[in-house]
Ligand binder design. Sequence first.
Ligand SMILES: NC(=O)CC[C@H](N)C(=O)O
Length: 464
Amino acid sequence: MRHVWFNQQPKAFMNNETDQLKQWLKEKGITEIEALVPDMTGNARGKILPASKYLNSETTRLPEAIFIQTVTGDWPDDDAIEDLVHPADVDLYLQPDTSSVRMVPWVEEPTAQIIHDCYTATGEPHPLAPRNVLKRVLALYEKEGLQPIVAPELEFYLVQKNTDADFPLQPPVGRSGRPERARQSYSIDAVNEFDPLFEEMYDFCEAMELDVDTLIHESGAAQMEINFEHADPLSRADQVFLFKRTIREVAMRHDVYATFLAKPMQNEPGSSMHIHQSLLRVGSGENVFATPDGELTQTFKHYLAGLQTYTPAAMLFYAPNVNSYRRILFGDAAPNNTHWGFDNRTAGLRIPISAPEATRVEARFAGSDVNPYLAIAATLACGYLGMKHKLQPTEPVLGDAHELGANLPKTLEHALSLLQQPSELIDILGEKFVQAYVAIKYKEYETFFQVISSWEREYLLLNV
Ligand SMILES: NC(=O)CC[C@H](N)C(=O)O
């Protein structure tokens, strides 16, 4: 039976759209291609190859195993992934999303980067590819005649270069020659401390046509937030994916690191990726969350209730690392609840005060360490289920929602167990995908737990 697999024709790599791509590459004089695939953590995997080879080859391939590897380079136990990937470690077939082609502005040789979708040898969208998971969810909305719109807000820290993992991260020194003092939320001068870095960031973003909007200083030392213009979810996930690469690159050119670790320093706030979300009716373009005179619709209430109901099970997509829970537990303004409120930053779900056509939910759960494809897919899946089952939300919270108690998982282990319980969320995201994700996260948790920390040496060495 197995050899039938290998006799299948791989999906054709080139199609009509690729003529336009070829034209673009020619016009820009591109000689190198970065063929990119977002992996499970949301980082770029792929191949760098001469443009001539890329255009002349029938297909670009990568081993399927890239989707089943942990951040430590380990693999889940065989029995956990038995039916998820081919036992022979076969290839994935890459198809360019031609609309995603962009220059790579930081390399001298004219180079283009193109995001690719992954297919199996039989031409099916690969179930483990995070970009395909998001597309699966978007297809459900398309069937309902709805177009989700999202706007991610991404926080990150600039830190001193750190090559010793045992040494805590330190804030960088800016143009003044001094590290930051006190809390500098929204300080213009504190952003200007890193002026040359941000100028280059904007230059690169412009060259890549990334719709980065506002830049602000957040409350942590050298903690920044960048906002993306609202648009369709796939383009926003792509842009977060590309921005993370870009700012890491820019930071290194300025001799510091940019980090998206959710809680990089013990005494500083964590970093989030808040997701603003609304739904438009395809055709009329009306926002289905509010009437023209600003009344919240039943659809809005169902969607919101879906986020309230399914977020605990989806938490592994908003807090995917052991470190993510340090943000949730000890972070400033990081929500540990699924309450909602109007302009209430203590609730997991904030409804910003806005014009009726801009009515939206801001889900504040996700850390900046998420895979943007998966976090956006998960939040849209939760809202979809709320609409499907016509769920009703709780009453809005007027005061401090933290006082009402926490109802989100506090550890990776807990989030893992919640995602494994039977739920329609699994059907929507894909059973194989969820199984693979859980297997990877479990393995990561295991490898983390094997490491003896400095806290244990400090407090237990001679005291127990
Ligand atoms: N801007 C804010 O609301 C701060 C968010 C906070 N940094 C978090 O981790 O959730």
